[in-house]
Write a protein that binds this ligand. Structure first.
Ligand SMILES: [Zn+2]
Length: 253
């Protein structure tokens, strides 16, 4: 082999060859990707509508979330961050959709990694010691085969270098898909009391030591699902524990 052909060149050549057989396209605009591009073309990546919320303790998402969680007495303010603005009429919605509906795990991990990097670079999230995904009801998980929030949470926990407690919460009853419910009140009623701390002792042990928990989901719409998870966690954590939230996309603003 030509010694000038480095491992990287070989990998690029192989991926270019693979592109001929199975063309990879940009998730957002559908254009064929160049060999060095991953998931998004350079233009769509440059135009990603990032929120920059990870560095802002008070931002529209955090204010909306704190307004809907039940604050008993004194509780630390819940931080909230999303990687990008999710709009129904923009192509960027295809990033979480690729993971949720099309089993594009590589794209999901890639976006979750980027979210993790934004959180890791922020002092607000420096003391996060546990990551927990929004659970799916076991019947839905069984049908889909995976929980997209767990995949995001695992990648974020890797970047932050903290444990991910996938079974710390469980979904006790089946709920209708939030995506099919339009109203804020309807969405809240749908998930009210749907979550509870996991039954497994390992999950509870993780919770007892945590001081700053980060709840993960794919998209923040009204915050009803994450607020219901927050309430369930709060019942097993002391009031001094901060419970923050992070998602790939946030609707609104
Ligand atoms: Zn594109």
């Amino acid at each position: 082999m030509d010694p000038r052909l480095t491992g990287l060149d070989l990998k690029t050549s192989l991926s270019a060859l693979l592109d001929l057989v199975l063309p990879r396209v940009c998730l957002v605009c559908g254009r064929p990707l160049l060999p060095r591009e991953r998931h998004l073309c350079t233009e769509c990546l440059a135009d990603l509508p990032e929120t920059r919320y990870a560095n802002l303790a008070h931002n529209p998402m955090a204010d909306r979330f704190n307004a809907r969680i039940r604050v008993e007495e004194y509780e630390p303010y819940a931080y909230a961050a999303a990687l990008f603005h999710y709009r129904a009429d923009a192509g960027y919605k295809k990033i979480p959709q690729a993971l949720k509906y099309h089993r594009d795990f590589a794209a999901g991990r890639w976006a979750a990694h980027m979210l993790g990097e934004r959180l890791a670079a922020s002092p607000l999230y420096a003391d996060v010691d546990l990551v927990i995904p929004v659970p799916l009801h076991w019947t839905r998980r069984w049908r889909r085969g995976y929980n997209q929030a767990a995949l995001i949470a695992r990648e974020v926990s890797r970047v932050l270098d903290v444990p991910c407690a996938e079974r710390a919460l469980s979904r006790r009853r089946r709920t209708r898909s939030q995506a099919r419910l339009a109203g804020r009140t309807e969405r809240a009623a749908n998930v009210e009391g749907a979550f509870a701390p996991g039954r497994r002792r390992s999950g509870r042990a993780d919770l007892s030591a945590a001081r700053h928990i980060l709840l993960l989901d794919d998209v923040f719409t009204t915050g009803a699902t994450l607020a219901a998870c927050h309430d369930a966690l709060r019942r097993s954590c002391g009031p001094q524990v901060r419970i923050s939230v992070a998602t790939l996309g946030v609707v609104g603003e």
